[in-house]
Write a protein that binds this ligand. Structure first.
Ligand code: BG6
Ligand code: MG
Length: 214
């Protein structure tokens, strides 16, 4: 096989929390009187919480905000987001994703997560994947968010593997760039696939079987 492991982004790849992110940012922005829409929300994919806030605040023209006020705004968004994550359950893990993960593992591949989210452990728990992955690298163990490769390099390190032996799976262009910057090959779904950002630009998650199992 070409790879020894696959490192998956979480939001937009394993699960679809994008809408919850959007609704939480939208409420925070509305309360602050800042314009926010889905196009702006798309720019937040793969980007850390505080960097996302800076993008949302590009439309803010009120009095200058202190760092403390910015942390309060990000916390408010995260509280709203966490509230909606309570609705997530194993039923939100699609059969396509679960069957593909199981097939990849059965073929002998190690499976890991590389996500910018600090809510990764909570989300995996809600989906019933709390103990599923061989390594979880997330927003809590990095200082630089995608397109910096740190989160994927840490995942490869946890697995004890070289980047060239790991395939990264991403839905965000910034995430695909992060993978390439770290020396990984990248398979894309969703937005990043449409943008042609990957070495493989897939129409569906299950295409990973063709990409990785030969
Ligand atoms: C990424 C999402 O997975 O995590 C981004 O694509 C999000 O949209 C980032 O901003 C950080 O998430 P969290 O859960 O730490 O606020
Ligand atoms: Mg993503």
């Amino acid at each position: 096989m070409k790879y020894k492991a696959i490192i998956f982004d979480l939001d937009g790849v394993i699960c679809f929390t994008d809408e919850y992110h959007y609704l939480a940012w939208k409420k925070m922005a509305d309360d602050l009187g800042v314009y926010f829409d889905r196009t702006i929300n798309n720019r937040l994919r793969g980007v850390s919480r505080m960097e996302s806030l800076e993008i949302v605040l590009e439309r803010y023209d009120g009095p200058a905000l202190t760092q403390e006020q910015k942390v309060e705004l990000a916390t408010k968004k995260n509280d709203l987001y966490r509230e909606s994550l309570h609705q997530l359950s194993p039923a939100d893990l699609s059969a396509e994703v679960k069957d593909t993960l199981d097939a990849l593992r059965a073929a002998g591949l190690k499976l890991a997560i590389g996500s910018s989210s600090k809510n990764t452990a909570f989300i995996l728990g809600q989906l019933g994947l709390g103990n599923y992955f061989d390594a979880v690298s997330d927003g809590n163990n990095i200082t630089n968010s995608k397109p910096d490769p740190e989160v994927f390099l840490k995942a490869a390190e946890m697995l004890g593997l070289d980047p060239k032996d790991c395939l990264v799976v991403e839905d965000a262009v910034s995430g695909a760039q992060a993978g390439h910057a770290g020396g990984f090959e990248v398979a894309c779904v969703g937005d990043a696939s449409k943008a042609g950002a990957g070495d493989y630009n897939m129409g569906s998650f299950q295409e990973l079987r063709q990409v990785a199992l030969n």
